[in-house]
Structures are given as structure tokens and as C-alpha cells.
Design a binder for this molecule. Structure first.
Ligand code: GUN
Ligand code: ZN
Length: 444
């Protein structure tokens, strides 16, 4: 029996949301009561944080005068989606035809990133990127900027204006790219220090040391990345590893003394908690053991891995090794901003790799699982008391086909599965950040 509130006053509630609610308390593979689902729930917020999640019929008449009520009855509210690896400067080159990683970087990526020497251009794309995230229900991302410091200022300013929790950093690269995109290690170090001082832990923003990938970094550059982390232990580190077989071969030539591609980063002190490595496809057993022991995270980028023909990520082996895994779009190699579409492709990658991604596990991965991979689960990822209230409002009947399919849905799991296979940005009715509505479908 639920307890009816004795006192809900302005001290305990300023915003309330009525809807169906789903959130995770732990990994559904390991616990029978890993999630909470309320058919008719009320999320009570104060100051942008969760106060309580309760049954609406018992509590709706007890809201204090003056509190704002958002009535999303008929919709499903989940914690905001978390994208653990993406590139905002590549937004404008998403869906560029025909090549695998190394040629794709040369032909499309580097020329696009050169434009970010212009601050106005960076501002314009950063604004678009944040709006597109919110249109898709994504409230937190770990983002690569470009080599230009101003491109980092642009994305942090855009996120700050929306009060979003965001991780970002200046790309560090000093070789194997056009001269206009190369920094030198000392200058790169100094610029990174300035950006850390300007942005790290300002409100909800976090700085990530961002060496692009081993082939574009000299040993000196990687050493200075390690120095930055040693000097600021609460920073993030983000990079790419073992995405493509030609890339893996190239790294073996460039760093012959290293046991493996992952070992290159390890030798420079770049593996640890809050290190996030995109792709992690072509790893061996020793690499996986090392990922698990170090506390680093893998960012699973299914749309990107299929688009560039990079290979199949093994979610199953990551979990068997106890490695932290987050879900990621990897735009612009990734083909969608939608985490629903990303789950769709994740499911198919797992099918091809011989195991099944259950719908509960999928939505755990897009929310709490990704928060855990980024060590942000004490702040975001579910609706536990005190968490920051970032959430997405989903309409499971957004298209004619979904309406028909949902009539035949037998269970919550069945509905969630149809949502992740058929859903996209059309399902996102609204997105809230720290309780405030920042996107509403149909409103410009
Ligand atoms: N490896 C190095 N840079 C990149 C990038 O921009 N995208 C992807 N997918 N892989 C990379
Ligand atoms: Zn990437």
C-alpha cells in the first residue's frame, strides 16, 4: 500500500511530472528487481532534482499551489539518454558515402574539421548539435571538438546555455593529418591546461583529454596527455581504439614496442577510471582483462561500426569480462542522433555476434549503464532521490506503424522492444534538463 503524503509543500516540490515511468536501479542481467515501472506515476522535483517518484492517483491532489505540473499522461518517461562518444564537428558530414575509416577520415572528416578554425562556424554547429541531441532525448554526451581551442569553447558554451551535463575536449593530434589540423605537443598541452581551467567542473561540464587516436599522436603528445591526467586526476580521457583492421596494423608499425593497440595507451598512463575508448572491436583477451582491471569504459558505437564496415563489437564478451560499457552514436561515422535507432543497430550487431540484447538491457545501456560507464551514476541515469532530473518523454504511438504494433504488444518488454526497433526522433515528445523543458515537439 502506498503512503499518501502528509506534507508536500513548496519546500519539497516545485515541479511535478505525470506519465508512465521506467528507470533502472541496476543491470537487469544480474537482478530480478533491477527496474521500476509505474503505469501512472508522478515525479516530484525540487530545484531540478528528484524528490520522489510515486503513484499519481494517491498524490496528484496534494501538490502545493504554485508548483508546475507537466501532464504527459499516455507517454513513457525515462532518464535522458546518454551518448558516451560523439563528434559535434562531424554533424554536417553525417552520411558521407562509401569509405572505410582511414580513407573516410582523409576524404570527409579532416576537411570538415578544418572549418572549425572559424569561431562563428563552430558556434553555429555547436548550437545545432545541442538542439539535435535534445530533439532525440539525449541529455548528456561525451564529445570530441576539433584541434581548435575555440571549438571547445563553442560546445561548452552551447551546453552551458542549456544547463546540460556534458563532457568535451580539444582534439590533440600532431601527425598524420593535414598541417592545418596538427598542433604541437607543447602547445597542445598548454591549450588543454587553459581549457581545463576555463571549463572543467563549471556547473555540469567536464573536461576530457582527447588524443584523437594513436596514429595521429606522437609519443611525446601521448606522454603529455598522461601528464595532464596525472596533474588533474578527476579529468576524463577519450580516444579511439581497435576500430578497423588497417588501423590496427598501422598502429603496430608506428609503435612496434607495444604489445597491442590498447597497450600503446596503457604505456602512457591513459587507461583508468573515466577513460572512454570508442569501438574496442579488434581486441584480444589480454586487452579485455586490462580494460576490466583498469576501470576504463568501452563506447559501443553500432551505427558507426556498421556504416564504416569496421566490424562487430562483442557486448557479450565485454560483460563477461566485467568491463564498463556505454552506448554511443559516434556521429558523423554514426548515422543517427537517435539512441533508439542506435539500440536498433546494437540489437542487430549482437544478433550477428550470436547473442541477444534484451529490451530491458538495451534501455539500461542507454541510461544508467552509460552513466555508470562514465562514473556519473551518482548524478544522472535514473530517478533515485537527489538525482539531477534529466529525462525524455516518449510517445510509443508516434507513427501509424507503431500504433498498430503497440496494439499487439503483450508486455512491457515487448513494447520496449518495438520502441527501440521502430522508434526514432518522432517518438520524442519533450526533453527536460534539470527539470526544465528544453525541447517540446512541434514547438520551434
Ligand atoms: N578514429 C580517429 N578519428 C576518428 C573519427 O573521427 N571517427 C571515427 N569513427 N574513428 C576515428
Ligand atoms: Zn569517434
Amino acid at each position: 500500500m502506498s503512503v499518501v503524503p502528509s506534507a508536500l509543500d513548496n519546500e519539497s516540490c516545485d515541479v511535478a511530472i505525470r506519465a508512465s515511468f521506467l528507470h533502472f536501479k541496476s543491470d537487469p542481467d544480474f537482478s530480478g528487481d533491477a527496474f521500476e515501472y509505474l503505469e501512472d506515476g508522478l515525479l516530484i522535483l525540487k530545484g531540478g532534482r528528484v524528490r520522489q517518484l510515486v503513484n499519481a492517483p494517491d498524490w496528484i491532489d496534494h501538490l502545493p499551489d504554485g508548483s508546475a505540473l507537466y501532464d504527459y499522461s499516455g507517454c513513457l518517461v525515462m532518464p535522458g539518454f546518454i551518448d558516451t562518444h560523439t563528434h559535434y564537428p562531424q554533424t554536417e558530414m553525417i552520411a558521407s558515402y562509401g569509405l572505410q575509416l582511414l580513407d573516410w577520415l582523409k576524404q570527409y572528416t579532416f576537411p570538415t574539421e578544418e572549418k572549425f578554425a572559424e569561431r562563428d562556424h563552430a558556434n553555429q554547429i555547436a548550437e545545432f548539435f545541442c538542439e539535435e541531441m535534445l530533439r532525440n532525448g539525449t541529455t548528456t554526451s561525451a564529445v570530441f571538438a576539433t584541434v581548435h581551442s575555440e571549438s571547445v569553447d563553442a560546445i561548452f558554451e552551447a551546453a552551458q546555455r542549456r544547463d546540460m551535463c556534458l563532457i568535451a575536449g580539444k582534439v590533440m593530434m600532431d601527425r598524420n593529418a593535414p598541417a592545418s589540423l596538427c598542433d604541437d605537443p607543447q602547445q597542445s598541452y598548454r591549450q588543454s591546461v587553459e581549457l581545463i581551467q576555463r571549463w572543467h567542473l563549471q556547473g555540469r561540464l567536464h573536461y576530457a583529454v582527447t588524443p584523437r587516436f594513436a596514429p595521429s599522436c606522437s609519443p611525446e603528445q601521448l606522454e603529455l596527455c598522461g601528464q595532464l591526467l596525472a596533474e588533474h586526476p578527476d579529468l576524463y580521457l577519450q580516444s579511439h581504439v581497435a576500430e578497423n583492421v588497417d588501423e590496427v596494423r598501422w598502429v603496430a608499425e608506428l609503435f612496434p614496442e607495444s604489445r597491442s593497440y590498447l597497450d600503446v595507451y596503457d604505456r602512457f598512463g591513459l587507461l583508468g577510471p573515466r577513460s572512454v575508448y570508442a569501438h574496442c572491436i579488434h581486441l584480444d583477451e589480454a586487452d579485455r582483462v586490462r580494460m576490466a582491471d583498469s576501470g576504463a569504459a568501452m563506447a559501443f558505437c553500432p551505427t558507426s561500426n556498421l556504416f564504416l564496415g569496421s566490424g562487430l563489437f562483442s557486448l557479450d564478451s565485454a560483460y563477461r569480462h566485467g568491463i564498463r560499457v556505454g552506448l554511443a552514436t559516434d556521429v558523423g561515422a554514426g548515422t543517427s542522433f537517435s539512441m533508439l535507432q542506435t539500440l536498433n543497430e546494437a540489437y542487430k550487431v549482437c544478433q550477428l555476434a550470436g547473442h541477444s540484447l534484451t529490451p530491458l538491457k538495451a534501455f539500461y545501456l542507454a541510461t544508467l549503464g552509460s552513466a555508470e560507464s562514465l562514473y556519473l551514476d551518482h548524478r544522472i541515469g535514473n530517478f533515485e532521490v537527489g538525482k539531477e532530473a534529466d529525462f525524455v518523454v516518449l510517445d510509443l504511438q508516434a507513427t501509424e506503424l507503431m500504433k498498430l504494433r503497440m496494439q499487439n504488444a503483450q508486455s512491457l518488454e515487448d513494447k520496449l522492444f518495438a520502441l527501440m526497433m521502430l522508434g526514432d526522433d518522432r517518438c520524442v515528445q519533450a526533453t527536460h534538463v534539470m527539470g526544465q523543458r528544453r525541447f517540446q515537439r512541434g514547438r520551434v
